[in-house]
Design a protein around this ligand. Structure first.
Ligand code: NAI
Ligand code: 15L
Length: 274
């Protein structure tokens, strides 16, 4: 049993083998009784005493149903995390999120923290101030799949009372990689604060918030942060001298729109073009 435990809960972390799964594994493990780790493939390395693993392809409905058995809350990171052709996105990010919510309903799971993305609104011009209430403008199939996930969260709250916090994460990297990230960066430490806040807040209903650090140039509002008790501590500003001139070619959609590099991907299938 985890010695730091305060909450008698079993939590599930999907996408546990990925970049952010690796960042979140230890702090989540310290905050719950049992942490079930899942990814498409088995994890490398030993498990801690309070951890268990259950590999699962999110596209497999029966496997996802089994995965949710006994789970009180989920941090759902699993899926395709970049812009790709629709056929590559859909099995994990569309079918998979349906499988997850349906399995949660059957298992009596109380809350899902869903890793949505800023690419739900990546089609807005850089500099545009946005709140979660503004109309979505996905910048590709990936952003669209995250919008679908947010819709699934709404449906399963309204119909079945499963709580969700949809986190429209910005650029969650160890350091800001470029000039765009002076606005979009979410430090790993702030990501950990955000996810734990979303799990621990007493009542969330169905809430969508942007996930970003305290960057002076951020485009996204703090709507919902006080409801879950998230207060970012880091800022991209410290990296301005290093990354401030690292930008996309002027005049391109990548430079003009919030989604950045994702606007440089697609269309993917030249056969559909005249
Ligand atoms: P990642 O690509 O490193 O990790 C995603 C994990 O999902 C991988 O380990 C992969 O094996 C797993 N996965 C993919 N398809 C699967 C399937 N069919 N069944 C089971 N597992 C599958 O991505 P990262 O950076 O760790 O992101 C985690 C989540 O956060 C993703 O959902 C991503 O869309 C979201 N996000 C990440 C941001 C970032 O800056 N890293 C920003 C915004 C959102
Ligand atoms: C995302 O949603 C991606 O998962 C991540 O790889 C980054 O590209 C991030 O958004 C971003 O917008 O910087």
């Amino acid at each position: 049993m985890n010695p730091d435990v305060k909450t008698p809960s079993t939590w599930l972390l999907t996408g546990a083998a990925g970049t952010l799964g690796t960042v979140l594994r230890a702090p989540l493990g310290r905050a719950c009784r049992r942490l079930r780790l899942s990814d498409r493939l088995a994890l490398d390395g030993a498990l801690d005493a309070h951890e268990e693993q259950q590999p699962c392809d999110l596209a497999n409905r029966a496997a996802v149903k089994a995965l949710l058995q006994g789970v009180d809350a989920v941090v759902h990171l699993g899926g395709i995390s970049v812009e790709r052709p629709y056929e590559q996105i859909a099995p994990a990010n569309v079918d998979g999120v349906f499988h997850l919510y349906e399995a949660a309903r059957l298992a009596g799971t109380r809350r899902i923290v869903f890793a949505s993305s800023n690419h739900v609104t990546g089609g807005y011009a850089r500099g545009t101030a946005l709140s979660p209430q503004d109309p979505p403008r996905p910048d590709g199939y990936y952003g669209l799949s995250k919008l679908f996930g947010e819709g699934m969260a709404r449906l399963y709250w309204d119909r079945y009372g499963i709580e969700s916090v949809c986190l429209r994460l910005g650029t969650a990297t160890a350091e800001p990689p470029d000039a765009r990230a002076l606005s979009t960066w979410l430090s790993h430490a702030d990501l950990q604060r955000l996810v734990l806040a979303a799990l621990r807040a007493p009542k969330v209903g169905c809430l969508t918030v942007y996930g970003v650090s305290a960057n002076p140039e951020r485009w996204w509002s703090e709507d919902g942060w006080s409801q879950i008790g998230y207060s970012p501590q880091d800022s991209a500003e410290a990296w301005r001298a290093r990354v401030g001139t690292m930008d996309f070619p002027a005049g391109t959609p990548m430079a003009q729109l919030q989604g950045g590099s994702f606007l440089g991907l697609g269309p993917f299938d030249a056969r559909d073009e005249a």
